[in-house]
Design a protein around this ligand. Structure first.
Ligand SMILES: [Zn+2]
Ligand SMILES: [Zn+2]
Length: 143
């Protein structure tokens, strides 16, 4: 988990002005990988006190646009945010409880991006979601 100065450096590197809400939101995303917006708002409020949903949404949108945060949304799930960007890693999602874990690219960085037919597109991301049941849910079939 990066300390606050690191988060400020990340903002500066992305040419974003350092503001307290941005620092708090980016730190919260680092502390809570794959968190949904409500979790992030809760974490931000622990640091900043009262902050509006809209303010957090706006910051998340700015951080996502700047490439500091990656937004993922498995089907049937609300949007989740993570700070692990730019490595094209994949996700595994539990069908039962919705827990999400990171999965490194199955065959390295590039092959996952190499479509059999790219239709002339310049591809920069391939999204793979593995679905299944997590160990906790597998051990408890009634859930
Ligand atoms: Zn589960
Ligand atoms: Zn991830």
């Amino acid at each position: 988990m990066p300390s606050t100065p690191d988060v400020e450096d990340l903002l500066r590197t992305a040419s974003l002005r350092v503001t307290r809400p941005r620092v708090a939101v980016l730190a919260a995303v680092h502390e809570h990988p794959h968190a949904d917006t409500d979790t992030i708002i809760g974490a931000v409020r622990e640091h900043l006190g009262e902050v509006s949903h809209q303010a957090v949404y706006d910051v998340l949108r700015a951080l996502t646009a700047a490439g500091l945060v990656r937004r993922i949304q498995p089907s049937g799930s609300v949007a989740r945010y993570e700070s692990r960007v730019a490595d094209n890693h994949h996700h595994i999602v539990c069908r039962s409880c919705g827990v999400i874990a990171d999965v490194d690219c199955a065959v390295g960085d590039t092959p996952c991006l190499t479509a059999a037919d790219d239709h002339g597109f310049s591809i920069d991301e391939a999204e793979v979601v593995y679905w299944g049941r997590c160990p906790t849910c597998s051990a408890n079939p009634s859930v």
